[in-house]
Write a protein that binds this ligand. Structure first.
Ligand SMILES: Nc1ncnc2c1ncn2[C@@H]1O[C@H](COP(=O)(O)OP(=O)(O)O)[C@@H](O)[C@H]1O
Ligand SMILES: Cc1ncc(COP(=O)(O)O)c(N)n1
Length: 477
């Protein structure tokens, strides 16, 4: 879970990088000299002292370098005091983090006075308890010191802390130190954009893009008792901060004790639903749950390819917690060949992993072997859930030749109807928000643990969880 946020200033919160390119020209203009066209770029990589030396020599100035330096510093200072603008969407982002009770600090290579003056004028000083500068930290942003000091102050570990940055060396340093890094585009570092995108956990063109409501689509069956299927998915997506949409594959007459009827939709009607949704509100992620027949699976595969859907999470639902079968025997083969290769991740429980890997699973070692086998056969990341059968809360992710355990605390709650649907929808929601797969799983496990720990107790069988355990507010009372 995110417990703190650290912001860079220039190029991240403020659209101020331009002054560093412009200051030499402004200085020369102030003493009546016209600058060469490329002066901004020449001075950009120099320190202020080096720059002062350069203009003194190049323009044969009579002023001493100390005086030039001071004049340049005054121009910069006035710029922060009077002009430096905010990047669009920055205030909305700060407001959102503050409403989520996430403490924030600044980590900047600039000096404190300038930042304070600009923040005062822009009325954003109230969001930050403290400003950390490289000067005070004793190292620039090629070293992690400033981020580590800021995180210590916030009381959060690096992996629980967001770092917002716009330059590649800072992104790299924070990432290497274990922080979750959000990269943002800035004109001044436009040549490094591809690299920033590759190295950061999440990247955006501007803060408005990050703030835009993310969307997720569930393609699954309806559970009339509301604890699994479409209903669990929508509740989970809502609780995980994304806008939820649905395409229903089947109606089930179901409660906590079992399934008494299944009525599939026709492939044409499923196609109709998918077209209607995707052509209007494009989903940032898609979760696929119960799909009982071959024809429906083929329809989904065709439509998702046609619409170039991304972030697809496949929960290969075969049997409900209550024991009822939810997919026909011959559809399993189609599921394997048509849906698994499209998935960013698939989330089989142990019995499902046994079917997909064609082997028995009796130990954690078997889980790794089965996940590896499925990954190699269908080229998708595999999250094999420990679930009820083996160890309850420990799940294994296999991707890119690497096995990673997500160890959860077992919660003593017999009401586990819909846990698989909930976990896969939470993962899809997190992928939609731009988190990496590992972070998406980590967050999804925290969510499901909270929903189980809320100890809702409804129905005569294995009951549903409280998906809204984190949704508070005046309408909840
Ligand atoms: N008692 C429990 N305590 C904590 N986590 C659990 C518990 N039971 C299941 N989980 C977690 O819930 C998620 C869903 O797993 P599982 O119950 O195996 O799925 P399915 O419903 O598909 O069988 C997994 O992340 C699993 O580790
Ligand atoms: C419509 C529908 N879809 C999926 C499940 C699986 O539920 P669980 O998550 O408990 O395995 C279910 N019981 N009903």
């Amino acid at each position: 879970m995110i417990k703190g946020a650290i912001f860079d200033v220039d190029g991240t919160l403020l659209d101020s990088m331009g002054i560093w390119k412009d200051v030499g020209v402004r200085y020369l203009n102030s003493i009546g000299i016209e600058a060469e066209p490329d002066l901004g770029n020449i001075l950009f990589t120099m320190s202020i002292q080096e720059g002062a030396q350069y203009v003194k020599e190049h323009y044969h100035l009579s002023q001493e370098t100390d005086e030039i330096e001071q004049n340049v510093l005054d121009i910069i200072s006035d710029y922060y005091k009077e002009t430096a603008p905010l990047k669009s969407g920055a205030v909305e982002l700060l407001e959102k983090l503050r409403n989520s009770n996430i403490p924030m600090t600044i980590a900047s290579s600039n000096n404190k006075k300038e930042i304070e003056m600009a923040f005062e004028r822009l009325e954003i000083a109230k969001y930050f308890d403290r400003i950390f500068t490289c000067e005070e930290a004793g190292a620039g942003k090629t070293k992690p010191d400033i981020y580590l000091q800021a995180a210590e102050y916030l009381g959060s570990r690096p992996e629980e802390t967001l770092v917002f940055e716009d330059v590649i060396h800072a992104v790299r340093t924070a990432k290497k130190a274990g922080f979750q890094v959000i990269g943002i585009y800035d004109e001044a570092s436009k040549d490094d954009q591809e690299e920033i995108q590759r190295e950061a956990d999440c990247y955006c063109r501007d803060w408005r893009e990050l703030m835009k409501k993310k969307t997720a689509l569930t393609i699954a069956g309806s559970d009339s008792s509301g604890g699994a299927g479409i209903q669990a998915d929508i509740k989970t997506m809502q609780a995980n901060g994304v806008y939820a949409m649905s395409a229903i594959t089947a109606l089930t007459a179901q409660n906590t004790t079992g399934v008494t009827g299944i009525m599939e939709v026709s492939p044409e009607f499923l196609e109709n639903q998918l077209d209607a949704v995707i052509t209007d509100i494009r989903p940032d992620a898609v979760k696929i749950g119960m799909v009982s027949s071959e024809k429906l699976i083929k329809t989904i595969s065709k439509k998702l390819k046609e619409h170039h859907a991304e972030n697809i999470v496949v929960d290969p639902v075969m049997v409900a917690t209550s024991g009822s079968r939810l997919i026909s025997e011959n559809a399993i083969e189609t599921l394997k060949t048509q849906l698994l290769p499209m998935a960013s991740v698939i989330t089989p429980n142990i019995p499902e992993a046994e079917v997909l890997a064609e082997m028995e699973i009796r130990s954690e070692k078997d889980m790794v072997e089965a996940a590896k086998k499925i990954n190699e056969m269908y080229h998708c990341a595999v999250l094999c859930k420990g679930g009820h059968s083996l160890n309850d809360a420990n799940d294994l992710l296999y991707q890119n030749g690497k096995a990673t355990w997500f160890r959860g605390k077992r919660i003593n709650n017999p009401n586990t109807h819909g846990t698989g649907c909930t976990l896969s929808s939470a993962i899809a929601s997190n992928l939609a928000k731009g988190y990496s797969l590992e972070e998406s799983i980590h967050r999804a496990k925290e969510y499901i643990s909270g929903a189980l720990a809320a100890m809702l107790d409804l129905g005569k069988g294995s009951g549903p969880m409280d998906h809204g355990f984190e949704i508070r507010g005046r309408f909840g009372i």
